[in-house]
Design a protein around this ligand. Sequence first.
Ligand SMILES: [Zn+2]
Length: 276
Amino acid sequence: MSEIQKTVYDKLIPANESLEVLTKTFIVDGYKVVAQHNPARAVSSGAKLDKATIAKRKCFLCAENRPVDQPSVGYNENFEILKNPFPILKKHLTIPLLRHERQEILPNFATMLDLSKDLPDFTLLYNGPKCGASAPDHMHFQASQYGLTPLDEKPLSEFEIVDGEIKNFGRKCYVFEGIDKQTICKQFETLYNKLEIKDDEWEPRMNVVAHYITSAATWNVWVFARDKHRPSYYEQGRMISPGVIDMEGILVFPKPDDFADVDEAMIRQIYKEVSL
Ligand SMILES: [Zn+2]
């Protein structure tokens, strides 16, 4: 086991970690989606993310605004690894940059691959600034235990992939698979440059997932190309704000009424609206 991963287990992961959430499982057009009722996520899902609100609030990822006794593990001189205080999945980590700089994937993508190689028990996660990141002003990744999402459960070979894009998935999703880091970085940059950047934003809307399979020395990377930040259900009062874990197939519903109402049609509609 890598030294970093061992330190993460020792310092950040409680041995008997439990996560009390209600779930309902759906098969929508052939793919599995789990609805999760998780009231603690209301802070994130309902967060106001306009520029004025963000400028006024104290950044919760900056070290000086965090509890002094919160344990962290340093990584790569630029990042540190923390336990996520509002987990969606077990072993849920937050991995902020040590400096307060905006959420941005391209200059940090190679580090995401490095992190996934150093944390092979985990899946590395990225939310774009308008795609689920609750701190769009402070660069951070997340990680969660590998194997807990519908995306993890299905090997890439079982998807229908045409020209690097998964077909019949209900979501716009591109995949890269390979053993060479530089090649994957180049493939990612090529895709990034093809995607449109909206006015007043600094990168194409996307969620990114990366996992390293140690036994095959291979990276798997999924890029969900996004359109809307939040589906129209959100304007109708439902608290649904999809981030990367939602795109992986675990849709989080902080409010009990929304969780009670979720059905296949709602799931299909959410993915349709937030995907490119
Ligand atoms: Zn910050």
